[in-house]
Design a binder for this molecule. Structure first.
Ligand code: ARG
Length: 461
C-alpha cells in the first residue's frame, strides 16, 4: 500500500488485525499541519546540507503547501490503509510531486523524532489558547470583585461559619491558583521548547543536517541534547497533563462553591439563564450544570494524567510503541479545558450575588468571637484567658438564644470584668473585616492592593 513506510524486509503485508490495532490516524490527524511544518523545516535542512537542489527544494515546499491547503479544505484525509499521519502525508506528497522527489524527504529523520517534535508544537500552541482562556476566568473574577468592593459574607472553615470576610477576598482566593496555573504553563513552555528533530530513530544523524535550523524554523528554542532522550522522553507531555489536571482541580473547587452558593439554603447567587440548565420533568428547575461539568471533568483530567504516567512507568530506552498512547489522553485534556474554561468564565462573569443575604449571615454562628478575644489581647489579657472569656461569652449568648452583639452591659460584666461596653466597637462585621489589615488579610485596603497584584501577575504570566 502506498502509505506504508516500511515493507522491504517483509514477505507479506500486515494482517488486518495488526492494521486495526496499529492505526492512529483517527487521533493523530490533528498533527497534520505540524507534520507539514516539520517537513518544510526538514527540506530546508536537506537543501542546506546539499541533498536537494534549489529546484528540488522549491518543488518540495510547493508540494507541502498543496497538501496543507487540501487538509484545510478537507479534501485530503487519511486513507483506511494509512498507519499514521506521517505515512499518510508522505504518500500524499509522493502522489503530489512524484516518487523521485517525494521519496527524498525521509532521509535523516524518523517518525520517532518527528512525533516527539510535533507533539511539543501542538501542546505549545494549545497552551497559549488555554492560558488565554484562564485569563478570561481571572478577568471575570476581578470584574466581580471590583463590582462588589465592600460586600461581606460568612467565611468558613470546615464549612462552618468562622469569621466574616469580603466577598472580593473569597473570589480572589479562587483566582490565585489560576494565576499560578498560568505561571506553570509559562515555566513548562520554556522546558517544552525543544526540538528532537534530527535525532532519527534513536541514535542521531549522519547526514550533517542542522538541527538548530530545524528548531528555529519550528519556533522551538533549541535541539534536544540527547537523541535517545529526545525521542523517548515524554515527561514534557506528562507535565502538561499535570498542569491540565491542576487547572481542572482548581476550577472544580471554585465550581463546588458556586454549586453550594446556588442552593436554596445558601441563596448567595443566581445563575444567568444563559449559563444554567433546566430539567426535562421538573418545570421549576434551574441547575448549575456548568459548575457540575467542570467538577466532573476534573476527574477525567486526573485520569488522563494517571493513565499517562502508568504508560511511561516501565518503559526502557529508547522509543517504544507504547509511547503512541500519550496522545489520546493529552489531546483529550486539551479539548476538555478548551470547552470548560470559556463556559466557566461566562458563568462567573454573569453571576448575580445576593449581597444582602450574605451580609445578614456574616455575623451568624458567633463569627465575631475571635475579634472579641483579640480585642482583649490588645488590652493586655493573655490570649489563653482571652480565648476562655470570649468562649464563655459565646456560651452565655448561645444559651440565651442571642448573638454576641446583643449582649447587654450586665451580661458582659457577668462573663468577665474585662468585657467593658467598649468591646462593641469590634462587634460589627464591617469593623471586624476592616481591622484585618495584616498582609494578605480581608480588610478592604488589602483586598484592593491584592487585586492589583493579582492582575499584574496574571498579565505577566
Ligand atoms: N505513531 C507513533 C507515535 O505516536 C509514531 C510512529 C513511530 N512508530 C514506530 N513504529 N516507530 O508515537
Amino acid at each position: 500500500n502506498a502509505g506504508a513506510l516500511w515493507g522491504g524486509r517483509f514477505a507479506s503485508g500486515p494482517s488486518p488485525e495488526l492494521v486495526a490495532l496499529s492505526r492512529s490516524t483517527h487521533f493523530d490527524w490533528v498533527l497534520a499541519l505540524y507534520d507539514l511544518a516539520g517537513s518544510h523545516a526538514h527540506a530546508k535542512a536537506l537543501a542546506a546540507a546539499g541533498y536537494l537542489t534549489v529546484d528540488e527544494e522549491e518543488g518540495m515546499h510547493a508540494g507541502l503547501d498543496a497538501l496543507a491547503r487540501a487538509i484545510q479544505e478537507g479534501t485530503l484525509v487519511a486513507q483506511p490503509g494509512d498507519e499514521d499521519v506521517h505515512g499518510a502525508l508522505e504518500a500524499a506528497l509522493i502522489a503530489e510531486i512524484g516518487p523521485e522527489l517525494g521519496g527524498k524527504l525521509r532521509a535523516g529523520r524518523s517518525r520517532n523524532d518527528q512525533i516527539a517534535t510535533l507533539v511539543r508544537m501542538y501542546l505549545l500552541d494549545h497552551a497559549r489558547v488555554i492560558a488565554r482562556d484562564i485569563l478570561r476566568v481571572i478577568d471575570a473574577v476581578v470584574a466581580q470583585a471590583e463590582a462588589h468592593p465592600t460586600a461581606v459574607m460568612p467565611g468558613r472553615t470546615h464549612l462552618q461559619h468562622a469569621q466574616p470576610i469580603l466577598l472580593a477576598h473569597h473570589l480572589q482566593a479562587h483566582a490565585w491558583p489560576l494565576v499560578r496555573d498560568l505561571e506553570r504553563l509559562r515555566d513548562w513552555a520554556a522546558r517544552a521548547s525543544v526540538s528532537p528533530y534530527g535525532g532519527g530513530a534513536l541514535a542521531g544523524a549522519t547526514l550533517g543536517l542542522d538541527p538548530q535550523l530545524v528548531a528555529s524554523e519550528l519556533g522551538l528554542a533549541r535541539p534536544a541534547e540527547n537523541s535517545l532522550d529526545g525521542t523517548a522522553a515524554r515527561d514534557v507531555v506528562a507535565e502538561f497533563a499535570f498542569i491540565a489536571a491542576m487547572i481542572g482541580v482548581d476550577l472544580s473547587r471554585f465550581a463546588e462553591d458556586v454549586i453550594l452558593w446556588n442552593t436554596r439554603e445558601f441563596g448567595f447567587v443566581t445563575l444567568d439563564d444563559g449559563y444554567s440548565t433546566g430539567s426535562s420533568i421538573m418545570p421549576q428547575k434551574k441547575n448549575p450544570d456548568i459548575a457540575e461539568l467542570a467538577r466532573g471533568k476534573a476527574g477525567r483530567l486526573i485520569g488522563n494524567l494517571s493513565g499517562l504516567l502508568a504508560t511511561l512507568k516501565g518503559l526502557p530506552l529508547a522509543y517504544n510503541r507504547d509511547l503512541q498512547e500519550d496522545k489520546e489522553p493529552v489531546f483529550d485534556s486539551v479539548t476538555t479545558l478548551e470547552v470548560v474554561l470559556p463556559a466557566f468564565a461566562g458563568m462567573i462573569a454573569t453571576l448575580r450575588f445576593d449581597t444582602e443575604r450574605m451580609a445578614a449571615l456574616a455575623p451568624e454562628g458567633f463569627s465575631l468571637a475571635t475579634d472579641v478575644a483579640e480585642w482583649l489581647v490588645k488590652r493586655g489579657v493573655p490570649f489563653r484567658d482571652a480565648h476562655e472569656v470570649s468562649g464563655a461569652l459565646v456560651q452565655a449568648c448561645e444559651s440565651r438564644g442571642i448573638g454576641l452583639e446583643d449582649a447587654d452591659d450586665e451580661l458582659l460584666e457577668k462573663v468577665s470584668a474585662h468585657l467593658t461596653p467598649a468591646v462593641r466597637e469590634v462587634l460589627t462585621v464591617d469593623g471586624s473585616v476592616s481591622s484585618r489589615t495584616g498582609a494578605g488579610g480581608t480588610a478592604p485596603v488589602r483586598v484592593t492592593e491584592q487585586r492589583a497584584e493579582l492582575t499584574a501577575r496574571a498579565q505577566a504570566a
